[in-house]
Design a protein around this ligand. Structure first.
Ligand code: IMP
Ligand code: MG
Length: 188
């Protein structure tokens, strides 16, 4: 497995943080928990593009209840993807969520500023309830308190890519999660 990994991907990727198996096991647990919590309810699962791509797809398939699915898209002001704080909505909901339960799904919560912005935007739609689910939770750099109903994994203070998460739009398609050192990243 290791040899396949290192020969298929450039050498600027770091050690594996979570394998596909570890991810799928946890996602199955989350899906089961969410199915239990929302059984018999009208639930809209809302993801924010693009980092949530694979987590959302796997989590939805791990749910044993009929749910509606929708997406938001955001853009960050500033030179890089790592710019925090200043966010604007580039795609709002298609579904009408007023009076329905909404579960907001995120790839990773770091400072919490993005999630806080999105939760406020979602509240304007007046859902019956609003909860948040994050694949990864990095509390070390949190600037604003976020009430998280479901967490995949808590993560220390290092940058990760893969399973939807990017470094400057690359590595999203890596099927597992690796530690990534931006300082070591090859140019281009
Ligand atoms: P926050 O607003 O600081 O919570 O930023 C959250 C966003 O930053 C996530 O949705 C990601 O797009 C990005 N991000 C934060 N940490 C990482 C990481 O380790 N890898 C990839 N993207 C990250
Ligand atoms: Mg990103």
């Amino acid at each position: 497995m290791d040899s396949i990994v290192s020969s298929s991907w450039p050498g600027d990727i770091g050690p594996i943080f979570l394998t596909e198996e570890q991810i799928q096991r946890r996602v199955a647990e989350l899906g089961a928990q969410i199915s239990q919590d929302y059984a018999g309810q009208d639930l809209v699962v809302v993801g924010v593009l693009k980092g949530v791509l694979f987590f959302m797809a796997d989590l939805l398939r791990a749910m044993a209840i009929p749910v509606a699915v929708d997406f938001l898209a955001i853009a960050r002001y500033g030179p890089t993807d790592e710019t925090h704080g200043v966010v604007r909505l580039t795609k709002d909901l298609n579904e009408t969520v007023a009076g329905r339960h909404v579960l907001f799904v995120e790839d990773i919560i770091d400072t919490g500023l993005t999630t806080n912005f999105i939760m406020r935007a979602l509240r304007l739609h007046e859902p019956l309830s609003l909860k948040a689910c994050a694949f990864l939770n990095r509390t070390r750099r949190r600037l604003i308190d976020i009430d998280l109903a479901y967490v995949g994994f808590d993560i220390p203070d290092f940058y990760v890519v893969g399973y939807g998460l990017d470094y400057r739009e690359r590595y999203r398609n890596l099927p597992y999660l690796v530690v990534f050192d931006p300082d070591q990243a090859a140019e281009g």
